[in-house]
Design a protein around this ligand. Structure first.
Ligand SMILES: [Zn+2]
Length: 298
């Protein structure tokens, strides 16, 4: 064997060993994060912003299909005075009594960033106290209002007993179409779980299918809805008939639909990736590559 061939072989061996090592580390954290094998077709259903339709329209449909869900409650917007568009606390308690999860979405729907961080504790209290007054346990899940988020809040959320927190489909996808990636246990930070789909008024069934078909090979599709319809926020509203067709699809196709807190059965929220941004960066690259491919096909 010539020197150049030997060198080539050496480089190849180092490359393979390196790749195996990286893969091994990945597999290590994934297996530590997982409590039991994650079935395909596992979907987490979440509803934001205390829309009145969550009680009148969404609740009976979910009960009919036996679906779990999390309702992320905020007293923001004109929740305190407008009961045409927003839930009452008595209705929120009924959702809890039905077995649905009540999650925290801050008292004032406060976008969390470096500047507003100091208000977060109070903002969480606002909803936790409302829950306590109704005999609802303190929320263990959180949805970032307006999907704004900062890792500076992780310590406080953890201290407040928040196990899982949900963001939107950004930064991998732009906000507009409500697209996103499924949650990858061990790779995503438990306090920054992506929405695989964030329903928009223009969505049709293929958009829903695109989101939930990612729920396989150990990944979990988390769906974000607002009202169905959302009578106060038309830019995130889902029409009642569309919503019915989405839920019917999940039922017919045999999806298991759970609340965000139920992830504890499958995932240990205490296991956090060393670098949670790595998976986000690699997804962003895949989105860019896909965009280049579609442009060159045109
Ligand atoms: Zn919201």
């Amino acid at each position: 064997m010539r020197m150049t061939e030997l060198l080539g072989l050496g480089i190849a061996v180092i490359f393979i060993l390196g790749a195996r090592l990286a893969l091994g580390e990945d597999e290590g954290i994934v297996s530590r994060a997982i409590r039991q094998p994650i079935p395909d077709k596992l979907v987490v259903l979440t509803f934001d912003d205390s829309s009145r339709s969550h009680h009148g329209i969404v609740r009976p449909i979910l009960k009919e299909y036996g679906f779990g869900a999390t309702f992320f409650i905020t007293e923001g917007f004109d929740f305190p005075i407008n009961k045409d568009d927003y839930l009452t606390w008595a209705q929120i308690r009924e959702l809890h009594d039905d077995g649905f999860e009540i999650g925290n979405h801050t008292r004032n729907h406060l976008g969390i960033n470096h500047r507003t961080l100091s208000c977060l504790d109070d903002e969480l209290d606002g909803i936790a106290e409302g829950c306590a007054a109704q005999g609802i346990p303190a929320p263990v899940t959180f949805a970032w209002p307006g999907n704004a988020n900062t890792e500076e809040a992780f310590a406080l959320l953890h201290q407040r007993g928040i196990l899982f927190a949900r963001r939107g489909g950004a930064p991998e996808y732009p906000y507009d179409e409500g697209r996103g990636f499924a949650y990858e246990p061990g790779k995503d930070h438990p306090l920054l779980l992506p929405s695989a789909g964030d329903a928009r008024p223009k969505w049709t069934l293929p958009d829903l299918i695109r989101a939930v078909e990612q729920a396989r090979d150990g990944r979990i599709a988390i769906l974000q809805f607002h009202g169905a319809p959302d009578t106060a926020h038309d830019w995130v509203s889902t029409g009642e008939q569309s919503f019915r067709s989405y839920m019917k699809y999940l039922k017919i196709e045999g999806y298991r639909v759970i609340a965000l807190r139920d992830l504890q059965e499958y995932v240990d929220p205490a296991v956090t990736p060393e670098d949670y941004k790595a998976v986000i960066e690699s997804r962003k690259k895949s989105v860019e590559a896909e965009a280049v491919e579609t442009t060159s096909e045109k």
